[in-house]
Write a protein that binds this ligand. Sequence first.
Ligand code: CAA
Ligand code: NAD
Length: 284
Amino acid sequence: MQIQTVGVVGCGLMGSGIAQISAQAGLAVVVREVDEAQCQKGQGRIAGFLQKAVEKQKLAAEEKDRILGRIRFTTALADLASADLVVEAIVENLDAKRELFAALDGLCAPATIFASNTSSLAIGDMAAATRRPERFVGLHFFNPVPLMRLVEVVRTLDTAPDVFDAACAFGAAVGKTVVRAKDSPGFVVNLLLVPYLLDAIRALEAGVASKEDIDAGMKLGCGYPMGPFELLDFVGLDTTLYIADIMFHEFKEYRYSAPPMLRRLVAAGRHGRKSGRGFYDYAR
Ligand code: CAA
Ligand code: NAD
């Protein structure tokens, strides 16, 4: 099963990275966003990342242009009809994702593989909105996609073995190490990472230390590249809140419950780096 054309739906933090690494692997990419402004924002994010790579002398300028030339942006879902694989990276909301996949199911060829980049939703709940549950997988990439070396490939009860193998081969083709996981909320990484991030907020709420000291503690004490508050801002506080609510709903365990401070920050529009302000201020 040869994947030559990749459809990517959503070109935010994750979709832009997935589109970029697919084009870097030589594949043709079609990216669907909700409107022209979001298309341009997504294209700018990819171009900016590649430009930085050129400046760091990790990429030739001509290669940057070739990569960008392989990515086509559209607002029309029908333009994904010819994709061999469609990777969804829209908002972390089951209804929105089910609606999208049901529409794609009517547009794409029966052989097209569908994949979700969800952080916490059950892949099977999305697959059930289509007539191709055996051609449905999870492809969970990590932020920032071009730099993080992992992809979790997730199989449901229905995923066909050849589809799972094709998804693993795609992960390897875009340069990632593949970890195979079953369709359990949070898969491997978020099952462990999300309680840690939420506990950091609880420690801040309890006045254990300042956010700066908690970040310094985890970076210098554990060798993590970012402290929990830096990472929360990087992932997006809105996305983290969606993930926490979904995982809490699934497991009914305190460690997945969203701390009030997280809910207040999201309600105030402080979504992290992408909105200019989260736990830290990026507007300076
Ligand atoms: N193009 C090419 N290479 C680039 C680049 C670019 N535009 N930007 C940076 N790099 C390279 C750098 O050259 C450097 O490479 P070398 O080590 O070979 O020198 C490397 O990437 C690191 O870059 P920087 O030194 O500029 O930046 P940094 O050291 O601050 O690292 C980071 C940045 C990789 C993001 C690092 O801070 C990190 O790993 N943070 C943690 C990220 C993380 O945990 N992500 C997972 C989030 S959870 C998730 O995604 C799942 C979910 O469902 C929520
Ligand atoms: P984001 O908010 O940065 O981007 C989402 C994008 O999807 C927006 O640009 C929005 O305009 C677009 N969109 C919404 N509905 C759409 C539709 N119907 N068609 C086309 N585009 C649509 O979010 P993100 O951080 O990129 O997260 C996307 C997905 O990836 C979520 O499921 C999230 O849980 C998951 N994820 C996020 C991270 C992270 O660190 N942020 C890591 C791994 C996985």
